[in-house]
Design a protein around this ligand. Sequence first.
Ligand code: GAP
Length: 451
Amino acid sequence: MAVANKAPTAPTVSMDKLVSLCKRRGFVFPSSEIYGGFNGVWDYGPLGTELRANVKAAWWKDFVHSREDIVGLDSGILASPRVWEASGHLQNFTDPMVECKNCKHRFRADHIDLDKNCPVCGKKDWSDIRQFNTMFKTFVGPVEDDASVAYLRPETCQAIFVNFRLVQQAMRKKLPFGIAQIGKAFRNEITTGNFIFRLRELEQMELEYFVRPGEDERTFDEWLLRDVEWLTRLGVRREMLHLYEHPAEKRSHYSKRTVDIEYDFPFGRSELWGHANRGDFDLTQHKNASGEELEYFDDESKEHVVPYVIEPSLGVDRTMLVLLLEAFDEQPDKDGIRTVLHFHPRVAPIKVAVLPLVKKDEGLVSKARALFDELRSELTAQYDETSTVGRRYRRQDEIGTPWCVTVDGQTLEDGTVTVRDRDSMEQVRLPSAEVLPVLQRRLRQPWSRPE
Ligand code: GAP
């Protein structure tokens, strides 16, 4: 696979504009803003919470529920510190750190050019580079001593390895099979930034796919293709995605091969979805450190096998950022600029809005409320009766609602309503009783981003 060139290919919306929309419309808020903020953590507002839940549900449905060979796990954020000793994280989960001796700012040494001056104070007085372990430490129990040190997990996958045999036996899985997990992870990143791209508190969707040694390379390539396709089906333009093959010296300590699916962010091309061939590193480490059998017994050949692991590992927050960037669109129209988020309907926070044409007509309002109640029993829905219909459409466009249903005078006569499509802006009249089944069908259909 070709090594990607690092120059971004296509400009998207500026980060400032996106951050401001996300705050104004309730997607993402800066953490602890009333206390001056808290670096590396963001809070998800009402619509961000829905978007996030939909991203996780889509991943879980497509990679767990739709497959017979993959099952789920939900493990603790805290675990025995022996896990991190065996996994190599205590020793190797480090980033190179350098300090500007003049202004005391710290940077990741691999993220800046040390031949140049400090980007903060403009002087050139660098410290030596030292390795900084990015695991968050805490204490378990009332005494804060060395014996009670524990770590917040920096990746979700270790519990999958530790529980490998329990899951395999409980579910009677045969190779090849996978274990998936979604959950929070914590990394004391030296520098954070670019909104929800690099966080200290993040969430991952990780899959560990166990195969027989020898089947790993083919399986790796299959997952890479499948994952690119999954992103494009969710509406990410194929030309914005690139494969980056890590050279051997840049790979993590556990990896035989690493290929990132990268995305052209407004701040440059960067990792979205890591893929690693972890070989038998993790199971062997945990087997040796714990003394427990972590092998797979093949009933047919009567052999014990330590499976190889292919790991696609995707950040929930980065996926949200990519979906927001891809969805953002501005179209000049007669009233100014129409801002639209073209989300795939599957991930759109609100699926449908019900808009009564006039709010003072009791008959019309009661029809609209009845339809709203019916729709929200199955779909996320909003009821909006304030200001002109045009403004209400705009409000829904700006949060990416795929369909708006208008209830008007004709509804009282013939029971039909208007369904307006966010992407084409086409309006069709339908009997009100057909709206829910029609939208449910549309939600299951493939969707493509308008050009
Ligand atoms: N278990 C392997 C692993 O954790 P990784 O490449 O360090 O590999 C996997 O992380 C994914 O998690 C990344 O591709 C990215 O999407 C997400 N991720 C990692 N660090 C992150 C951070 N500081 N903030 C937000 N997302 C992050």
